[in-house]
Design a protein around this ligand. Structure first.
Ligand code: BES
Ligand code: MN
Ligand code: ZN
Length: 490
């Protein structure tokens, strides 16, 4: 379960690839830039005017012009989208390299480190081969390299640190995408343990794995209930990154259902295969802690995942069953397809109890309702803590892993009352399924811990990419958490 790095080399200066394309950024007001001499027709016709997202390739001179629009604000999404495409091309075209020119006119407008970070990150994500199990027609071509040319030596250091950060992060985003791609006969709770051990080894993190016998002793009956219908036993896995000088503890909790059939409340078959992605929250969680550790961010991070498989069988838990959660609450299961909240409930209350974090987030592909509400462009964020949400939004702006707030008002939880137990696992009725799921989780979180729930059902995978997000599994959350950890460490 080794985590692969991108094979693309990033350097400063001239590019020595067999075939090199020069890449120039052009701003919307640069009509008379000498670089565009000979291309005035394109400008006049509107084909290329340096507008954001515009791209113009001159095959004769092997030059690619990329529009940045008006220099006021860096169009992060458009920049990333263009470089994800260019990364895809590096895979298709043997030996092709890019020489990217960062003119003074460009670098004077933007934070160079961030610019280079986005470029490198996006190329690496675009280059990643999503046909992870294909054996035929695999394009095993050797990519060229990518180099940066500047006019001032003084920014070389910033470029190098941008490259370094991007490589550490893109490795983990692609790592998260890789295991998300793996189907449930390749990737089970057992493999989640192997992957987590690999991460612990690579970054010298403490790891604790809780298997069924311990889960039983601890009373983690949510994970156990969900796991009853399968031979692939559920687990709770905890990674702990505790660097010297850390002042705060940030806990990240992830939903790791390696497959969700719905259980006895069986899902319809149409899109069921997509439920191999029901582990994307946990995948982002363990790869984010890896990225944070490699960047040496000065904050203690605890990554805790609950991993299980939700299957119907003779032993499976049934609608109407009641179990007692780790925190003592009794829960009536009225729908075995609302399983993520049962697994997360146990992990959240365990983390509150034993780790007592200063901040906590959870990432989960928790409800189809999140896709109904927001589609695939943004995750839903729910929290009662305004200050914490503000920090998450800040991290979201930097990473462009987008978040949109939904309310976490108690009124939405009215439907979670059970006739015979403390709680039931669905709210009933039609609307606001994402919010009632969030309220359900809130019953397992200490009131005084700043906590936010991220429903990533829409963003964890998508048919068509956009902005910083690729098609297929996106690795959503890794980049967000890297920025959030940095913000919380200050
Ligand atoms: N993993 C699903 C949510 C999901 C569905 C994510 C489709 C992405 C795409 C979750 O376990 C689930 O089944 N939720 C139910 C909850 C319902 C029974 C209250 C849902 O959303 O239908
Ligand atoms: Mn489900
Ligand atoms: Zn699920």
């Amino acid at each position: 379960m080794k985590i692969e790095s991108s094979p693309i080399k990033y350097t400063l200066g001239e590019n020595k690839s067999p075939l090199t394309y020069k890449i120039h950024f052009i701003l919307a007001d640069e009509k008379d830039n000498p670089l565009l001499a000979g291309f005035q027709d394109q400008w006049k016709s509107g084909k290329f005017r340096g507008e954001s997202k515009q791209k113009f390739v001159d095959e004769t001179s092997k030059t690619i012009f990329l529009g940045l629009g008006k220099p006021e604000n860096l169009p992060l999404r458009n920049l990333a989208g263009m470089f994800i495409e260019l990364g895809k091309n590096l895979r298709k075209l043997e030996g092709v390299g890019y020489e990217i020119f960062l003119r003074q006119e460009i670098t004077s407008h933007y934070d160079c480190e961030r610019l280079v970070y986005q470029i490198v990150n996006s190329i690496d994500l675009g280059y990643f081969d999503i046909r992870v199990l294909a054996t035929k027609d695999q394009e095993k071509k050797k990519p060229g390299s990518v180099s940066f040319q500047t006019e001032e030596i003084s920014i070389d250091k910033k470029i190098l640190s941008g490259i370094k950060k991007a490589q550490a992060v893109s490795k983990q985003v692609n790592g998260a995408r890789y295991i998300a791609h793996l189907p449930s006969n390749y990737f089970r709770p057992q493999e989640f343990e192997e992957r987590s051990r690999e991460i612990a080894k690579d970054h010298k993190l403490k790891i604790t794995v809780f298997n069924e016998p311990q889960l039983k002793k601890m009373g983690m009956n949510g994970i156990l209930a969900v796991s009853r219908g399968t031979d692939n036993a559920g687990k709770m896995i905890i990674l702990d990154y505790n660097p010297p000088g850390a002042k705060k503890t940030f806990a990240i909790v992830g939903k790791g259902l390696t497959f969700d059939t719905g259980g006895i409340s069986l899902k319809p078959s149409a899109e069921m295969h997509e439920m191999k992605y029901d582990m994307c929250g946990a995948s982002a969680t363990i790869h984010a802690i890896a990225a944070i550790a490699s960047l040496k961010t000065k904050i203690r991070v605890v990554a805790a995942i609950g991993t299980a498989e939700n299957m119907p069988d003779g032993r499976a838990y049934k609608p109407g069953d009641v179990y007692t959660a780790y925190n003592g609450l009794t829960v009536e299961v009225q729908n075995t397809d609302a399983e993520g909240r049962l697994v997360l409930g146990d992990v959240l209350s365990y983390v509150c109890d034993k780790i007592k974090p200063d901040y906590m987030v959870d990432l989960a592909t928790l409800t189809g309702a999140a896709i109904m509400a927001l589609g695939h462009e943004t995750a839903a964020v729910l929290s009662k803590n305004e200050e914490f949400i503000a920090k998450i939004k800040q991290a979201s702006e930097l990473s462009d892993d987008r978040v949109w707030e939904l309310p976490l008002w108690d009124e939405y939880g009215e439907g979670l009352k059970s006739d015979i137990a403390d709680l039931r696992n669905i709210a009933g009725g039609k609307g606001a399924g994402t919010i009632s799921a969030g309220i359900f989780l809130s019953h397992f979180v200490d009131k005084d811990i700043p906590w936010a729930h991220l429903d990533i059902a829409g963003t964890a995978w998508r048919k068509k990419g956009s902005g910083t997000q690729t098609n297929g599994p996106t690795g959503y959350g890794v980049r967000l958490l890297v920025e959030l950890a940095e913000i919380l460490s200050r």
